[in-house]
Design a protein around this ligand. Sequence first.
Ligand SMILES: Cc1cc2nc3c(=O)[nH]c(=O)nc-3n(C[C@H](O)[C@H](O)[C@H](O)COP(=O)(O)O)c2cc1C
Length: 172
Amino acid sequence: MKKIAVIYKSKYGATGRYARWLAEELGAELFEKSQVPASALGEFDLILYGGGVYAGELRGVKFLYKSRCRNIVLFTVGLEDPEKISYAHMEEKIHNTKGLERSKIFHLRGAMDFNRLQWLDKKIIGWVMKGQKNPTEMAEVETMIAPENKIDFVKKEKLAPIIEYVKNENNW
Ligand SMILES: Cc1cc2nc3c(=O)[nH]c(=O)nc-3n(C[C@H](O)[C@H](O)[C@H](O)COP(=O)(O)O)c2cc1C
């Protein structure tokens, strides 16, 4: 039996929901990033790491350079639709990071409850959204910014490609 770890960092919970489902489906050990002992990083045959996308970056991913395991699957959780935007810049940056050269990357959509954001995050989102020009994105954004509204794209089914990838050990 291969040993698999799912590690995540989630500011508002969306990545955490995906990480728990993934760990369950794969029979993997689940860790919140701040709680994974450095010594444990050498024990796994495969590490999956998930984090929220903040300002175009995958949050918290760099610590993986410490890992002795070089089979790494990353999943990003952002609000933007991965079918409509390019993640090439982020992927290039990740693949240029020590230890992550060979990592496989998946992109998932997250959630946002505008009223629950910390005040600085609220301000940043307000500024970002004013700069959006694409009408489809604008519609989503207006829903999000309207006071009582939230947006939630988190769905268990979206994990299917990751589960399929991991279950075929020839992939890694
Ligand atoms: C300050 C801020 C910046 C964000 N930047 C991006 C971004 O660049 N691209 C994106 O797709 N989503 C962005 N988001 C949306 C988050 O990625 C989304 O809410 C995600 O579900 C967060 O995951 P978490 O709850 O696990 O932290 C941003 C959210 C905040 C609050």
